[in-house]
Design a binder for this molecule. Structure first.
Ligand code: M6R
Length: 636
């Protein structure tokens, strides 16, 4: 998501990079613009910079790509400066406009702030600041954080407090909830940048007579390879000579220094060999960020973006989920959850099939359009058709400002961050998470579930990032098996209930990445035909439901495993931790942490993604750009 860069240098700084020695610090603007260019891969829809000059803070910002900011800087140049901050924004609160772009100014234009993340209690803080007479001009939570910091700074400064900016940052952070990286400069402190981080990335780059900050090391990789990793809830102050780290209460803290040995291209991938691997590993964050800020202080779900009249949502008598590919499998998971929690009949349809079959949709139908890109033409056309019939449309989308959300009645953004690899991974998990939130919200609104029941599911959901991380940290066995199976000609996938869409997604990943024939089946369908495909040595991946869920579900799939084993299949089973029921009659069993059945797809999908990615890599294929595929399918 957002990219962040900070820089402070002194005139006689010396930097040696790639054999080139410079006398005199880099200009702040050059460093910041180069860092932003390197961070472009994170995805963004506006960009801005602020520098400190002899006259104070000067800032330029523009909606759209960096090219727009560059032309703005050509038309209205900034003076040379040795202190600056820069930002590429991935819109969350407020659309991608010039006004909403960062930096945001406060303290009468003397302070500039940039931010990555979401300030969850921004509404409460905003009300407080407005009451104090603060004027806010954007729709962002960031401007609220800037105003808060500015107001604390003013009080400290007028009381003659030394070192007021770091202190003000500490006090502001104590008031903020949510996830944030913040960087601030103030005209009273010309050679200082203050930053803070909570649940959002920030690293320090160490130079000689100059220091750097970046969302990741690509923000300064052209200038230094010495970096410092920060801990949670820390404030860092950089000057040309020093880096000082404290916690949010001013107690000294330490970071871990490391040497960056990636090249610049690898840095953009966070050190992973491919975007796909990075994105698979981003999934704890993708799910965590999608959950963030969606409940109020009383634990009620507040889906702010869902601006469809509540009375309409209460009277909905049918839900139709429209999507393609992986997004349609997320839709199938949504169906199980929504029908179970809300008791609303829910259909899932491929967008391109939907509008050619004269579907029955009307004012009482709620259409949920799921699209990572927000630009899939099939889904867009289906959305238009559904709205013409009077249906209300909620988009679940990962791309702010894209067409499908724009043409829908409401949107629930997934906050997975940019997905660069063509085959979808983290967007899938984020879509499922958003669909769960939508289902729970409808259940809350329509009174299908008590508040404590909803709170219990939300609490289970909040445990998911950690459980996904556990799977990622223990994936060696899956990876080894994938490498051993790189000669496979065909792999079948079986699942039941929510395991069925997971099986289809597992098969799709293998087709897309490794070009291996793969099919996903409902396990119960096996005896109705697909079992004819089983012969000696046929690999079959089975997504086994939890034995703690509906008893018949688990035992039926165990029987299916025995049936295919009896016919020579090699079985690879994804089972819940503690489930040893198939240990004696399966070649391979991968365990995932225990979780309620409906939420299991957030876990059981992960080994299947790793399996496909590793197998394709072993075959020497480009996992980021599989042949014949495009990231956004903008033609029908
Ligand atoms: O951007 P969308 O979610 O609308 O894209 C839908 C499909 O094209 C997409 O999920 C596709 O199936 C991917 N290749 C899956 O990896």
């Amino acid at each position: 998501m957002c990219g962040i860069v900070g820089y402070v240098g002194r005139e006689r700084a010396q930097t040696v990079m790639a054999g080139e020695e410079t006398n005199g610090a880099h200009g702040a603007l050059d460093v910041v613009m180069e860092g932003l260019r390197r961070l472009e891969y994170r995805g963004y829809d506006s960009a801005g910079v602020a520098v400190l000059t002899g006259d104070g803070v000067e800032s330029r910002k523009k909606a759209g790509k960096l090219a727009n900011l560059i032309s703005e800087l050509e038309t209205d140049p900034l003076p040379r400066s040795l202190t600056g901050i820069g930002h590429t924004r991935w819109a969350t609160h407020g659309g991608p406009t010039d006004q909403n772009a960062h930096p945001h100014l406060a303290d009468g234009g003397r302070l500039a702030l940039i931010h990555n993340g979401i300030i969850e209690n921004f509404a409460e803080l905003k009300a407080e600041l407005l009451e104090q007479g603060v004027v806010l001009i954007s729709d962002t939570d960031t401007e609220v954080a800037a105003a808060l910091l500015g107001s604390i700074y003013r009080t400290l400064s007028e009381a003659g407090t030394p070192n007021a900016l770091p202190l003000a940052m500490q006090q502001a952070c104590q008031r903020l909830e949510g996830a944030f990286t913040l960087l601030a400069i103030h005209q009273d402190s010309p050679d200082l940048v203050v930053a803070a981080r909570r649940n959002s990335p920030l690293v320090v780059g160490l130079g000689d007579g100059e220091n750097f900050l970046g969302s990741d090391v690509s923000g300064f990789i052209d200038f230094t390879r010495r970096a410092v990793e920060l801990g949670q809830d820390q404030i860092v102050t950089i000057t040309p000579e020093d880096v000082t780290i404290t916690d949010f209460h001013g107690a000294p803290a330490e970071g871990r220094e490391f040497h960056v040995d990636w090249d610049a291209a690898a840095a953009e991938k966070g050190g992973y060999p491919s975007f796909m691997e990075k994105e698979i590993n981003d999934q704890p964050d993708a799910v965590g960020q999608t959950l963030l800020g969606r409940t109020d202080l009383k634990g009620n779900l507040i889906l702010d973006e869902l601006r469809i009249d509540e009375s309409i949502l209460r009277s909905v008598d049918k839900i139709v989920v429209l999507a393609c590919g992986t997004s349609a499998y997320a839709g199938q998971v949504a169906k199980y959850a929504i029908e179970h929690w809300c008791r609303i009949p829910t259909e899932v349809e491929l967008s391109h099939e939907f509008r050619y079959r004269d579907p029955i949709v009307n004012e009482k139908t709620l259409v949920v359009a799921i699209s990572q890109s927000g630009e899939t033409m099939d889904t867009l056309m289906a959305v238009r058709y559904a709205r013409e019939q009077g249906a209300k449309v909620v988009a679940i989308c990962n791309t702010n400002g894209s067409t499908i959300p724009r043409e829908s009645d409401a949107v629930l953004y997934t906050h997975a961050g940019p997905e660069i690899a063509v085959a979808s991974t983290k967007a899938f998990l984020a879509q499922i998470t958003a669909a769960y939130l939508l289902g729970l919200y409808l259940a809350q609104l329509r009174g299908n579930k008590y508040r404590d029941e909803i709170a219990e599911v939300l609490s289970d959901l909040h445990e998911m990032p950690e459980k996904i991380q556990h799977i990622l940290d223990n994936a060696d066995h899956v990876k080894k098996l994938a490498r051993d199976m790189s000669d496979a000609k065909s792999v079948l996938f079986l699942g039941r209930h929510v395991g069925f869409p997971v099986a289809m997604e597992g098969a799709l990943k293998l087709k897309e990445l490794a070009y291996i024939h793969a099919e996903g089946f409902a396990a119960g369908e096996l005896k109705h035909g697909p079992i004819a495909l089983i012969e000696d040595g046929q690999p079959v991946v089975v997504v086994l439901p939890s034995p703690r869920g509906r008893d018949s579900l688990h035992s039926k799939v165990v029987s299916n495993i025995q049936e295919i084993r009896a016919r020579g299949a090699i079985t690879i089973v994804i089972a819940e931790e503690g489930d040893e029921s198939v240990a004696d009659f399966s070649e391979h069993v991968f365990h995932v942490p225990q979780t309620p059945t409906l939420l299991a797809p957030l876990l059981t999908t992960v080994p299947l993604q790793i399996f496909a990615c590793e197998l394709a890599t072993a075959k020497g294929y480009d996992v980021d750009q599989p042949r014949n595929l495009a990231k956004s399918v903008t033609v029908e």
